[in-house]
Design a protein around this ligand. Structure first.
Ligand SMILES: [Fe+2]
Length: 143
């Protein structure tokens, strides 16, 4: 369980850095809206980072704390330093949140099998959060 949660922690950390990178590099006519939305997203992810790390401690595990560990373990890949328009950013963010949702569902399944109710209830919030974000992102990208 700790191993799976450290994987989530790694994905969240890489995603946090990526979202702020996008926040800095968004260009285009919708700059103001996307710039602000990305800030809302990375602040939310930052809260989840702290929650997951502390939950690992509650379980008696050791949360990973080094960027090089996160980069080695995470499925989410860093973004380059380049200016991007919102359609590319939203497409990539949608793919990354799908990764987070799928991993969360795997953790939920494992937590239920192990009757680890603390992890199970924590992960419920993330499944709801990622599902809602994905719904909104999909609505926004539909023409
Ligand atoms: Fe900012």
């Amino acid at each position: 369980m700790v191993e799976e949660l450290n994987k989530l922690l790694s994905d969240l950390n890489v995603f946090y850095r990526k979202l702020q990178n996008y926040h800095w590099n968004i260009k285009g006519h919708d700059f103001f809206v996307v710039h602000e939305k990305l800030e809302e997203y990375y602040n939310c992810i930052n809260e989840q980072i702290d929650e997951v790390a502390e939950h690992i401690l509650i379980l008696g595990g050791q949360p990973l704390g080094r960027m090089k560990d996160y980069l080695q373990i995470s499925t989410i890949q860093e973004a380059n330093n380049e200016k991007l328009t919102s359609d590319v950013i939203y497409k990539n963010v949608t793919a990354d949140i799908t990764i987070l949702l799928n991993l969360s569902k795997e953790i939920k399944k494992l937590a239920e099998e192990k009757t680890d109710y603390g992890t199970s209830s924590l992960i419920d919030e993330y499944i709801s959060d990622y599902s809602k974000k994905l719904w909104m992102l999909t609505q926004m990208q539909e023409k």
